[in-house]
Write a protein that binds this ligand. Sequence first.
Ligand code: AMP
Length: 390
Amino acid sequence: MKKLNEFNLNNKKVIIRCDFNVPIKDGKIIDDTRIKAALETINYCIKQNAKIILLSHLGRIKEEADLVKNDLLPVSLRLSELLNKKVLFVNKTRGKEVTQTIANMHPQDIILLQNTRYEDLTGKKESSNDEELGKYWASLGEIFINDAFGTIHRAHASNVGIATYLPSTFGFLIEKELTALNNLNNPEHPFVVILGGAKVNDKIGVIENLVTKADKILIGGGMAFTFLKAQNYEIGTSLLDEANIDFCKKILKKYSSKIVLPIDIAVSKTFTNDEKYRTTTIENIKNDEMGLDIGPKTTALFEEILSSAKLVVWNGPLGVYEFNNYRINTDKLLNYIVNNNIKTILAGGDIVAVATTAGVKDKIYHVSTGGGATLEYLEGKKLPGIEAIK
Ligand code: AMP
């Protein structure tokens, strides 16, 4: 696979699949982080004298009403401001207006087509990677750059479809993600995994894949209680994923030296932030109490293990971080990682949200923005958007 900087883009029609899936309310963009993140690749293509055709999805399109809500026009206006350059918006995903506009483009011109998922309204053409649609979009350009990491685990017409028919490569955003995540294929040791979040069921693939590579897996969050239950601890009214108790037993038996469970827990009688909570050892959780965070002794134990780690990957908060009382230990461990300069990849939306509000996000080695894409990467799955280009 040729890298982006190995392509001659001069005077070439270059299609860039961006991730402009930004939150929009009443036609106003609430958070333009994703648009800003796309600038590096776009600016590079401008410098290389390319004709730039941008594609992106926005939200989901299931019915007519979704069209207005998910119109990409506001994105073109914001992008234009950020680039300090005109971005021509074509309110169509295909047809004469599209082909004519492209035929009239000069080098360094930029156009943005309408939301690729408008094609989902009838027959889910974008999301089912309709062959004819992928071929059509590919016919609009000469080179394809995929820079939308968030959809890399999906085979859609605007990523896999186009890549099938054009010389293709990754943009700088995806390149950065893949370089960082590549650390996991051949990790430096000790390699420590921190897993939190809600249910065991959502993380089975991640556990099965990473337990073979990691030296230690530190488990917190709601997940920890199914593991504790599997060891016959009384967990009161804590989150229990009954169907996966046997899975936990199996993992605990096979990898007993790798799995590290909490030794103390912050418990409360209600799922609120107001209730007075107490910290208890795992042997003393009462029937009417639920565990909402790990405790300080567990945090100290996790810190000790992390102190020698050469690589850490962390998915999922260790407590109900939405309540201030129960984010304390996740915050503390994040700060420990930052203060001790431990090479860490944060993977998945919730832990990234905690790191952002704790003000440490920019000090972490890599923050993976992919959500579902990152999780599938951690499960060791082959991702269609990557395979199509490789
Ligand atoms: P996930 O999307 O699987 O990473 O889960 C994130 C969610 O897990 C957050 O909304 C947290 O509130 C939740 N969570 C973390 N710890 C617990 C806990 N002890 N009990 C219930 N939910 C939890």
